[in-house]
Structures are given as C-alpha cells and as structure tokens.
Design a protein around this ligand. Structure first.
Ligand code: ATP
Ligand code: MG
Ligand code: MG
Ligand code: MG
Length: 345
C-alpha cells in the first residue's frame, strides 16, 4: 500500500511564495516515486487550509497566490476531511506559523509522523534571542548582541540607544526576534538610523535583537538526520548589495551560491562541527540549514543562525548542498520521510 504524504505549503507568513516554489519542487520529486500517494494541502495567506484538489491547482499554477477567500472572518478554520487519511506530513512552510513549532504542534496532536523538527527545536530556532542564548551556553562563537523588548525600548529609548552604541558600536543590525527572509532587518550606522530601525523591527515582533555588524563571508551548511545528524559540504553566498536582504534573497541573479565554498579545510571542518552542535543544542531532528559568518582577517567562524525549515526550491542552498554531497533532490525527500517515520516509531 502506498504511503499517503500530506504536503503542507503556503502559509501565513512573508515567505508564502517561497513555500509554494519549494512545494512544487518537492511535489514533482515525490510524484515520481510509486511508493507515495501525494496529497497537497495549501494554506492560504489568511490561514485557511485547502483540500487536495484545490491545492493541486495551486501547485500547477505558474503564477503564485490564487484568490484568497474574501471574507475569512466569517469562515471557520477547519482541517480538510482528507487530512484524516494522511500517513506522514511533509510541512514546507517557512517563517512564523509554519517554521516556528505552531504547525508542528498541530501535527503532533494529530498523532501522525511529520518531516523535520519538532515543536521545541522549531520554536527555539525561529526565536533569535532564545537561539542565541542557547548557542552561547553551548560555547558556539557568535557576534555580540543586545536583546530587548518593545516595552523596554519604549520606556527608555535614550538610555537603550546609548547602551547599544557603547556596547556594540556601528554598523549594527536590528532584527525582530521571530522572523526570517531578512524581513524587518536593518543595517544601521548612527543613532538616528538605530531609532528608525528599532521602530520598524518592533512592528514585526514584541522582542528584538541588535547585533554587532561584522565584515565577513557568508557560509551555510546543511544538516540531515535525527540522533546522528550529518553535516553537508559547505557553501557560500555572495552578492553585491549592502547585506543579504529580502530583495537580494528573492530577486533572480542578485545573489550567487558557491558550492563548495573555497575555504581552508580547517574552516570547513569547524563549520561542519558547529552545524551539528547547533542542531543538537536545539534537539533538532530531520533537517536544518546553519548560517555562519567567516571573518577572513582573523580566520574566525561565527554562527549566525539556524533555520529549521530552510528554503527547499530546486535552486535553494539546502538541497543543493546535499546534491553536491551525493544525495540528489528526490533521494533527499525520501530520506526526510524515512527520518520522520523513524522518529515516530
Ligand atoms: P533567513 O532568510 O536566512 O532565515 P533571517 O531573516 O533569519 O534570514 P539573518 O540570517 O539573521 O536573517 O540575517 C540576514 C542577513 O543580514 C545575513 O545573511 C547577513 O547578510 C546580514 N546580517 C545579519 N546579521 C549580521 C551581522 N551581525 N553582521 C553582518 N551582517 C549581518
Ligand atoms: Mg533565519
Ligand atoms: Mg529562515
Ligand atoms: Mg539567515
């Protein structure tokens, strides 16, 4: 009997379109394998779930974003009836309400195996403040940072501004704690910019993080596995913009993926070891992409963050790194499903 795979995509986040592109790539890989009966479930931007028939139409469209229901306030959220028949879920949702443990919690309660990280790793990985304090605890080198809440900032903006300036200096990066795709992130060079950047970041999240800016090469490594996670070959991202912002990430041709990264072997080994350590620190399972800064002048490797449900389009860093490490895209999807089944058994 075929394994019914529920492919969950779309979602209520700024990374909705990326998720659709990832899902198309995964759907085409899974549908080539007779072991699976693929059942897509598209989550609209308003959070409503579509049945497999409607979801299939979204996967086949060349243009993203089909019409969302206009009066979502009056429609009750419900799980499509077909969801009861799924054997294993494959969530491909990025950002809040998908990568952050919320959907994982729902799948957990449905008592069905699902691909990737559980509630804990997903929630902690999405929250930069908690992620960084656990990384610090694990002895993983990272940039200096200051964490604060919207409320704290609004009480004493002048003293926080002064504190951040002396603690971190410029340039620094202001980020919402809980987000991805560089949404809400600003690079700032003076106090006036800092205030504008914080005002923007607190519009996305009630907690923010300000980091010391480093001049560094951007390195990424993929992790795959449960109890014995493996690190992939290491990749690098290059671009001409000021930093790896949203536009650079999602405009074709603005960033280049270099695989394998041209780095000394001890740096590659350090990146791989730190990737596995970061994954295990968060009690990760299935997959993750770990992002680093390599400061060439001092030969220092700093961990930037972990992404527990990284971009999964045919051109994304995560599957590309595994492809170059000897696991083609379709095999990677199989491995992830096997890991989900293994974890739940
Ligand atoms: P992702 O899409 O990978 O989930 P994200 O929204 O979680 O991204 P970060 O990876 O934290 O955001 O930062 C986005 C980009 O901003 C980095 O890739 C880098 O270009 C730049 N950046 C962030 N923090 C720093 C820093 N401390 N120093 C220098 N550059 C930084
Ligand atoms: Mg991230
Ligand atoms: Mg992300
Ligand atoms: Mg990142």
């Amino acid at each position: 009997e075929k394994l019914r795979v529920g492919l969950l995509f779309g979602g209520q986040s700024g990374e909705h379109e990326v998720s659709i592109t990832s899902a198309k790539a995964i759907a085409s890989a899974l549908s080539q394998n007779s072991r699976y009966d693929l059942q897509p479930f598209y989550i609209q931007k308003d959070g409503l779930w579509c049945n497999p028939t409607k979801s299939q139409a979204v996967l086949q469209q060349t243009q993203a974003e089909p019409s969302a229901s206009s009066n979502s306030q009056v429609i009750q959220w419900q799980l499509p009836i077909e969801a009861n028949q799924i054997d294993v879920w494959f969530p491909v949702l990025h950002g809040p309400n998908g990568e952050d443990g919320t959907v994982q919690g729902l799948l957990q309660l449905m008592q069905k195996p699902y691909v990737g990280n559980g509630v804990l790793a997903s929630a902690v990985g999405m929250d930069k403040i908690l992620m960084k304090s656990l990384f610090a605890q694990a002895g993983l080198a990272q940039v200096k940072y200051v964490a604060l809440s919207r409320w704290q900032w609004q009480q004493e903006p002048e003293s926080w501004g002064e504190y951040i300036e002396t603690e971190l200096g410029y340039p620094c990066f202001v980020k919402p704690s809980n987000l991805g795709s560089s949404v809400g992130i600003s690079k700032v060079r003076d106090l006036a910019q800092l205030e504008v950047a914080i005002a923007s970041a607190i519009g996305y999240d009630s907690r923010i993080i300000v980091e010391q800016g480093v001049t560094a090469r951007e390195i990424e490594c993929a992790v795959l596995g449960n109890d014995q996670p493996q690190a992939s070959i290491v990749g690098e991202i290059t671009y001409k913009s000021d930093f790896y912002d949203y536009e650079t990430k999602y405009t074709a041709g603005m960033a280049e993926l270099i695989i394998p990264a041209n780095l000394p072997s001890e740096v590659i080994e350090a990146v791989q070891a730190m990737s596995v350590k970061a994954f295990q620190t968060l009690a990760g399972s299935g997959l993750a992409r770990v992002d680093f800064f390599y400061v060439e002048s001092t030969a220092t490797v700093l961990i930037n963050e972990i992404n527990t449900l990284p971009g999964f389009t045919a051109l994304s860093m995560y599957p590309k790194l595994w492809e170059y490490s000897g696991i083609p895209f379709a095999d990677l999807c199989d491995r992830l499903i096997d890991l989900a089944l293994e974890k739940s058994s």
